[in-house]
Ligand binder design. Sequence first.
Ligand code: GLU
Length: 450
Amino acid sequence: MAKIITRFAPSPTGYLHIGSVRSALFSYLYAKKNGGKYFLRIEDTDKTRSKIEYEKDIIAGFQTLGLNWDNETLYRQSDHIAVYSALIKKLIAEDKAYVSKEEPKEEGERSEVIRLRNPNKKVTFTDLVHGEVSVDTTDLGDFVIAKSVDEPIFHFANVVDDHEMGITHVIRGEEHLSNTPRQILIQEALGYDKLAYAHIPLVLASDRSKLSKRQGSVSLREFLDKGYLSEALLNYLALLGWHPSHDKEIFTMPELISAFELERVQKRGAIWNFEKLDWVNKEHLKMNRETAENKIQEVLFKTLNLNPGTVDKNVLDAVVNIVFERINKFSDINELVLNNEVQYFFEEPKWQKDGFLWKGQGAFHEIADKLSAVEKLLGAMEGNYSKETIKETIWPYAEKEGRGFVLWPFRYALSGLAKSPDPFVIAEILKKETTVTRLKSAINFLTNES
Ligand code: GLU
């Protein structure tokens, strides 16, 4: 069998859509699985809507994802106008196409376009996802293939390029299924070989509408900015419309390549699920724990404006661990920071007096007394200062006074939050000296009249 060549052919008319990345991924996986090649082609025949800014975004996106294309030079349709022109002229000379005089309907519309002579036949092709598809093309009439000899429209350039690039398999989104009969007629007029097609299911929002801005992020850039890992994104996208023959859901790229089969791509629309994406991302974070921890550290330094020279390495490591457990993607760190959930490890929290009250009960001077007792017990500790030994030291006193009345203000004094890890865990991370200083400061705050 001839070598398989697939392609991804985005139009640079917007930022790279996550659904398009899924189409590209399926083309990539199919080619790689079968020892073939995967090409990238920029379809910029629509001069008014195509922008270089979008082309750059598409290219950078694929580079970041590591979905590297095999063509050595970038194939851009606007660089091939001469090829299309010659072929349009040839079709006109053979009377397979003709210049049609049109009555402009609106101002600025052409008075001439080029139309293909439609043989008005039934076109039948086998789609690797949808099976045999048969369409009577009569209704299409003599459709337009170019605005002028130098201005092919999308369908024409698309067919010519698939041939020029030696594409064997067209794997693309289902929105192009209805374009295929028209493209096959162009192909036949040009005397090209048939191609294999696979139209993969649409990516839908949970209400089965088209996935759009309304549901949140849709461009690859936004997902990358949120700190999803490339490999996790690709893993999640692969499962949108395809699933392997077994239950495995977490894949590295080499595993995806070896497991992927077009035969297992479903026909029905694939529903986008942000929670599942988060879960897949977390699994990949676990597989790349060291890289993830380094990144968390980097984000913490930046968002908290920490001074690397003064941060205690053990405290930092402990916080990185806590953050790791709490996030699914790196942008979740910003939320933790916004909610003040990590700052208290590095600096004294900002307290509210009422925050010290266990279930709203008690007097501030009583709470200050309890904190003072805790502070003295901890201050007297010698040797191992761990969450276990801290607990052993405080527990009898807490039991005597009522656990909530001691442990709640103890925890609040350390974190300044209504919800945080238990006080023993925080105290161990802060170490004895900082714990004691912080308790003293909280007692001061509580007994201060103002
Ligand atoms: N340029 C088309 C698009 O961006 C893709 C056409 C194709 O894959 O055949 O939707």
